[in-house]
Design a protein around this ligand. Sequence first.
Ligand code: KG4
Ligand code: ZN
Length: 347
Amino acid sequence: MRTFTVLGIETSCDETAAAVVRGAAPGPGEIISDVIFSQLEEHRPYGGVVPEIAARAHVEMIDGLVERALAEAKLALSDIDAVAATSGPGLIGGVMVGLVTAKALALAAGKPLVAVNHLEAHGLSPRLSAGVGFPYLLLLASGGHCQLLAVESVGRFRLYGTTIDDAAGEAFDKVAKLLGLAYPGGPRIEVLARTGNPRRYPLPRPMCGRDGADFSFSGLKTAVRHLTLGQTVNAADVAASFQAAVVDILIDRTRAAMEMFGSDFPDAAAPAFVLGGGVAANGAIRSSLQGLASERGFGFAVPPVRLCTDNAAMVAWAGVERAGLALFDPLDAPARARWPLTTPAAA
Ligand code: KG4
Ligand code: ZN
């Protein structure tokens, strides 16, 4: 397969990022440059991402980041084979900034455009880091997403489960807020949980044991709110009890998805189970899911944390994979706030 060098742009949430990646399917690829500006400080006072602030910060940062990505790669725009940008799903103002920038660069340099689905970019990232072969099972758990998917090929995914309310990272962030911890709360809860007793407070495990592999976290968050209202609690014990509940939920739902994957792909020998999204940084979650994978005959892969959280290298890599299949997009490709990867898997 021919090698492609692709410039990738990511602006769908609160990271402004640009990267240059070279490679060919199935990977691994070479990350030639990878620059990122995190808007965390801009949003921290509000305890979450404010779309208008995000869009403005993307506008201010994106040109400089693209220039830096090319300079660090020691490449000119004319050396690039294609320009890829996240075109959804995400905060529409931000998505438009990145996509319009990519279109302008593609037009000016006479290069093809790849309009990338952000979820597909997360989904293909284990191929960029480790050349993982199709098909594999992916748990994508971040502040915005919580999904279990079979990744069959570029553009072909089977959705086994998704959250019916909050994402896993969002639950971490909300519980952190209840405990008076700063945003984003996931890393702080993890640290606090290390010194807490996970059996101190009994908390619900919504959806566990149910058919399918969908998630729900809002009942858990509400239970923590009731716990913390009007009584003094031990914050470390709350953090540990909450994290233990999340681990149990992720294990139960992933086990169900592994069964679905096994019956959909009976010939896949030792398929990979891949963990992605910001929540993959959590050590307790990683080690319990790794245990489940080995118990169920799955290989276990976690891309480096820098590739698990939002970044432009994964967008550039999705561009490399799509360019290899000549899957380019017209210059009027739309920015989309919503863009599901799949319709639910057929029964
Ligand atoms: O993938 P990401 O950087 O951004 C998107 O949401 O797309 O994920 C950020 C989320 C936040 O909700 C954050 O609290 C959570 O990932 N997170 C963690 C940890 N590190 C980040 N959750 C649990 N434990 C962690 N160590
Ligand atoms: Zn993301």
